[in-house]
Design a protein around this ligand. Sequence first.
Ligand code: DX5
Ligand code: ZN
Length: 235
Amino acid sequence: MPRAIIAPSVLASDFGQLTAECQRMIKNGAEWLHMDVMDGHFVPNITMGAPILTCVKKGIPDIFMDCHMMVSEPEKVCYSSGCAHNDISETLQWVDDIADAGGALYCFHYEATSNPLALIDQIHARNMRAGVAISPDTPSNAISDEIGAAADMLLVMTVYPGRGGQKFLERCVPKVAELRERFPDKDIEVDGGVGPKTIDVCAEAGSNVIVAGTAIFSAQNPEEVISVLKSTVNT
Ligand code: DX5
Ligand code: ZN
């Protein structure tokens, strides 16, 4: 199994101090930062887009931004009004916007697109890693052998996408085990309600990239939580 990576979800951070919050997490042992991009369409909430990611990247040039794209048509137009592009007549692509902002990994939802393979190519063409996320009601076999082989990471959501602080859905965990069996060397991420109380089943099923928002940001000692999550996956 690939090595353990802990990715704190900044959705649970103080957005007013976003760069400092990311820096704090890196100091506490996080290797990746999980950036939840929501468009108010694929999910009801709106969080952040390329303009904010650009600022974070400027403050921390070597940050690894794991961009979780909860957006409709992630292969198409960016609806964000704050896009870096000046000419509104040009087609604003989400992939280009996130790549320009310094995203390292572009993880889109399987449910949001009709041609995942073409989108993976589009992401790779911009030198980002490609991730494919499945929501709680999407079965693991939606990830075909071709998609699994082309993607760099598979994300099994353990809550319905849309907001932080929700209860972990243990019924999603068997999908992690199914995907781990089919793709032994792939990064497999879990996201939603994950923390020291729920990490055991995730690790046992074979996930190695662990997203945690509330559990890390609300902790007295985030370093200890990150270390517990990491050592549980590694054992
Ligand atoms: C939910 C987001 C998650 C969320 C995780 O839509 O994709 O990344 O922020 O937060 P917690 O760990 O609090 O469930
Ligand atoms: Zn997320």
